[in-house]
Write a protein that binds this ligand. Structure first.
Ligand code: UD1
Ligand code: CA
Length: 453
């Protein structure tokens, strides 16, 4: 069995990003740029992936952890030099190696797999993934010989006027037979306009040695968009955003206006859910079937069950069960769990609280650090006073309790089963099961006070 690996080039500083963050860590649709590349490579079932890091290398290693092996390129002397730095880390039994750049997040696993398969079906020493661009400026140009084989790649800086007219470019993605690559690297020099060791010079070397170099043309050139600055980063986001919307729509999700939603890479949405304009679904968000996600809603790392209605609300690290109704204008913060058929209405903030089956918090409430049982009704304007200035304290409301409007529950405090809190109360002591708590000034009347005044 042939053993196959990959090298991801990611040592460059990304000068044109003008950022303290290394380029490959900038997020594109919720994932660091190079994460997209690692995932695409995963489709090829490789025996080893080595990432070449340099600038802020420790930070990059922290982010990707043990998903890849690392080689360090201390000085960025060119793409050929980067490969030389990776070779000592490469397992000795690897015969075929793919080379990809860490800054091409749009390249799909399918395209990489296709190239790898064509490579095995050819007798080439090297296969270059190429693309035809409407504007090839900036890329290395592919020079083909009489039999269509690739004979050289000429960098923009070194290209003649005629060579610059070639529209077929090097995507920076290759397959190599490791033995041939090693030999070619030994003969590499930096006698070029950039003074760098170009990986692309291995191609002309191999040709001169009588080896075959093949070029595989990429169908959709958009895939090779390299991200060198933040304008290109936004272009990449746009393409991935569109891809994600299309994937979901084809699966059975209705996206009312796919030009105006932002759905990150790992988000899952089940069939017959409707997503209105300006919705943002981020991180590890998961939505069940038959939901309605109304305009302007933002979900971050949250899960939503089936048949839920969420309107103009923000949910963050929140778990919502089936048949729940939320919003408009609700804010659900980390650690919140909303059980089935519950209702969270307008201008309600819930933080780190459990709301039981069928319970209702319909308007203008703050519920923090609370455990609310089943079928509880929390009247308009209720506040759990969970903070004493130093510490947060819990509130417990048992099944069937009724909290009258505009009540304050001063934590730590517990309201028992089926207990009743009169409207306007400030509850500071536990309320036993089935009791009525009235904790407010008694109303008194002065007849005809206005007339006599
Ligand atoms: C390179 C190719 C060019 C191709 C283009 C496609 C060479 C000489 N040129 O040019 O033919 O059209 O990619 O996008 O290979 N890197 C290192 N160490 C280095 C230099 C670069 O790790 O010393 C990494 C960068 O971080 C980046 C990748 O290699 O991820 C490509 O480097 P970059 O400088 O962007 O090369 P291009 O000039 O775009
Ligand atoms: Ca580049």
């Amino acid at each position: 069995m042939v053993k196959q690996g990959a090298i991801i080039l990611a040592a460059g500083k990304g000068t044109r990003m003008n950022s303290k963050l290394p380029k490959v860590l900038h997020k594109i649709n919720g994932l660091p740029m190079a994460d997209h590349v690692i995932r695409a490579l995963a489709k090829c079932h490789l025996d080893q992936t080595v990432m070449v890091v340099g600038h802020e290398g420790e930070l990059v290693q922290e982010v990707f952890g043990d998903r890849v092996d690392y080689a360090v390129q201390r000085e960025q002397l060119g793409t050929g030099h980067a490969i030389m730095c990776a070779l000592p880390i490469l397992r000795h039994d690897i015969d075929v190696i793919m080379v990809v750049c860490g800054d091409t997040p749009l390249l799909t696993g399918n395209s990489l797999l296709k190239m790898l398969q064509s490579f095995y079906n050819s007798d080439a020493s090297c296969m270059v993934l190429t693309a035809k661009l409407p504007n090839p400026t900036g890329y290395g140009r592919i020079i083909r010989g009489e039999e269509e084989q690739v004979v050289a790649i000429i960098e923009e800086k070194d290209a003649s006027v005629t060579e610059k007219r070639v529209s077929e470019i090097n995507t920076g993605t290759y397959c190599f037979k490791v033995a041939d690559l090693k030999e070619a690297l030994e003969h590499l020099n930096n006698e070029n306009a950039a003074g760098e060791y170009y990986l692309t010079d291995t191609i002309s070397y191999l040709c001169k040695r009588g080896k075959v170099v093949a070029g595989q043309l990429l169908q959709d050139y958009h895939e090779i968009l390299g991200v060198n600055n933040r304008v290109q980063m936004a272009q990449a986001v746009e393409i991935l955003r569109r891809r994600k919307c299309e994937e979901l729509m084809l699966k059975g999700v209705t996206i009312v206006d796919p030009n105006r939603v932002y759905i990150e890479q790992d988000v899952e949405v089940d069939i017959d859910t409707i997503i209105e304009p300006n919705v943002q679904l981020k991180g590890k968000t998961k939505i069940g079937k038959d939901c309605f996600i109304g305009a302007d809603t933002e979900l971050i790392d949250s899960t939503v069950g089936e048949d839920c209605q969420i309107k103009k609300s923000v949910l963050w690290e929140t778990e919502v069960c089936d048949h729940v109704n939320i919003g408009p204008f609700a804010y659900l913060r980390p650690g919140s769990v909303i059980e089935a058929t519950a209702k969270i209405g307008d201008f309600v903030e819930i933080k780190n609280s459990h709301i039981g089956v069928g319970s209702k918090v319909p308007h203008l409430s703050y519920i923090g650090d609370a455990t609310v049982g089943e079928k509880v009704n929390i009247g308009c304007g209720t506040i759990t006073c969970n903070y004493d200035g130093k510490k947060k304290h819990p509130t417990v409301i048992q099944d069937g309790a009724f909290i009258g409007s505009n009540s304050n529950l001063v934590a730590p405090v517990e309201v028992g089963h089926n207990a009743f809190v009169a409207a306007g109360s400030t509850v500071t002591k536990n309320v036993p099961d089935n009791a009525l708590a009235v904790a407010r000034g008694r109303q008194y009347l002065k007849e005809d006070w206005v007339k006599e005044k």
